[in-house]
Design a protein around this ligand. Sequence first.
Ligand code: NAD
Length: 181
Amino acid sequence: MRGVYIGRFQPFHKGHKQVVERYRKEFDEFLIAVGSADKSREERNPLTPEERKEIIKNCFPDIEVIEIEDIEEGEDPDRDWAKEIEGKSLADAALSQNDLVKELINKHTDLDLIEHDLFDPEIYSGTEVRRRIRSGEEWRYLVPKCCTEAVAEKVEEIKESGIQYEFKPGWKKENAFHGTQ
Ligand code: NAD
């Protein structure tokens, strides 16, 4: 049996890690699909797919990580996206707790749906990690030790690039490369 765990992982946090540890042993092969691979350097999706892959690989070097882009155009983009997950992962089962993802997997694919456990979701949340990073609050304890340094490194790279991603404090106008105000 092959299982695929779907998510944006912006960034990979301790809740995600617990899902991997708890469920990977139930499959012969377990892979991670990094969604929204076409999106990066924006508020909800600061990290590129390569950066997210690298961060996950710091914790799980032996787990295959694939990239899935969002589909927003066409007759039925959500159906096409679900089919893409099925086709690219070659999995038998998909793990998610995202309501839309669960609906689409059930409606448009033959994959078994596994509604995995949530681990302290009010604490371990990508939105909360991103909010803390932006506001300068402590965020490291929400991210697994195995990838804290990798996440910190990417955060610094984003700041230094001058891309106008609401970093405060630390973002400096003089670091901007192009037309940011
Ligand atoms: P996410 O990184 O927010 O979460 C990944 C998974 O981890 C989810 O199942 C979530 O419920 C779970 N999780 C979050 N906190 C947890 C915790 N504390 N403990 C345990 N599990 C926890 O990713 P997401 O937003 O669910 O990713 C869905 C992806 O599917 C996105 O990239 C989205 O764009 C994509 N998608 C695309 C289309 C399309 O292109 N048409 C349609 C639907 C979904």
